[in-house]
Design a protein around this ligand. Structure first.
Ligand code: SD4
Length: 328
């Protein structure tokens, strides 16, 4: 029996995985199958896409990327407003421009000019409610440090600083601060899909779509659209996808690390654990996870700071969830 197509994805987004797998099984290329899968996630709102995590201003934006492991072409969009179809916009950048990454308003304008629907309001009743609750809670937690933010949120200024002071005094403080920070990265809502597809021809592609960090400072771009960070692929070797604290992960390019380690002969399991532990050594409170899959279809996940599941679909096996190796 055939090994391919094979789909691996962050989180138990089984429907999105199934959609990607059917596409690949019907002869779609790896790139197009990944786009099908990530689009499904944007449509079904597996916490990604419209209605997802708002920023400090209550606005939802999208970061997305697609990478072709045969040609090593990449297309990405970041901090994109008013467009629902993040991953399709990324594919348009890859296919129809000589660029790699478009950002902000201009990424939206490009997407509309290329035929994607918009402008569309990306907020939802849920995202507005989430944002209102956060403001009622004096905009805590937030991402500021060592500074009084210029944009007030009522008692937000002083409380933002108070929180920092308290965390050094109270025994429980540091842990609580970490807990709060991890909430931004979907500990309770998994707002990033990162997916790899090996198509019938053995070609591999990866894609990512995310609303980034909840209550981020407007303008913040995470690891989602960064090749090598949220995902990476080389069809001769294998692929990797990541989720978690992108502000930290994009400093390490963990998915590039994983693919390169596999190139040097490491098994996916060891490569994934190694990439996560490189980050955890410097940032012991880091929250994040990756999956690794080699071109033979062997896969593994590694995580730190949370329990992470990833999903796999192959010809022999309906979508199944796997647990990560916890890196201590
Ligand atoms: C980011 N990595 O923008 C994303 C967030 C995420 O589950 O993965 N949330 O930092």
């Amino acid at each position: 029996s055939s090994l391919y197509p094979l789909v691996v994805s962050t989180w138990p987004f089984l429907e999105a995985v199934e959609r990607a797998w059917s596409a690949a099984n019907n002869g779609y290329s790896a790139v197009d199958s990944v786009v099908e899968g990530c689009s499904a996630c944007e449509e079904l709102r597996c916490d990604v896409g419209p209605g997802g995590s708002p920023d400090e201003n209550g606005e939802t934006t999208i970061d997305a990327m697609v990478m072709d492991g045969v040609t090593m072409e990449v297309g990405a969009v970041a901090a994109m407003r008013y467009i629902k179809d993040g991953i399709k916009a990324a594919r348009l950048v890859m296919r129809h421009t000589g660029h790699t990454l478009l950002v902000g308003e201009k990424a939206s304008a490009f997407s509309i000019s290329m035929g994607l629907p918009g402008p569309t309001d990306l907020s939802s009743p849920e995202s507005i409610e989430k944002w209102n609750k956060w403001k009622e809670n004096n905009c805590q937690p937030n991402f500021w440090k060592n500074v009084v933010p210029a944009n007030s949120c009522g008692p937000y200024h002083s409380n933002g600083l108070l929180l920092a002071a308290e965390t050094t005094c109270l025994g429980d403080g540091p842990r609580r601060a970490v807990e709060l920070r991890s909430n931004h990265f979907g500990l309770h809502s998994h707002d990033t899909i990162s997916m790899a597809v090996i198509d019938k021809f053995g070609h591999i592609a990866v894609g990512t779509s995310t609303n980034g960090a909840t209550f981020k400072i407007p303008g913040r771009v995470g690891d989602g659209p960064i090749a090598g960070s949220s995902a990476y692929v080389d069809s001769d070797i294998g692929a990797c996808g990541a989720t978690g604290d992108g502000d930290i992960m994009m400093r390490f390019l963990p998915c590039y690390q994983v693919v390169e380690s596999m190139r040097l002969g490491m098994m996916p399991k060891d490569a994934a654990k190694d990439a996560i532990s490189r980050i955890a050594r410097k940032f012991p409170d880091f929250v994040g996870a990756i999956f690794a899959v080699n071109k033979n279809g062997t896969h593994a996940g590694a995580c730190h700071g949370w329990t992470f599941q990833y999903s796999v679909r192959s010809p022999e096996m309906h979508s199944a969830k796997y647990i990560c190796f916890v890196v201590g």
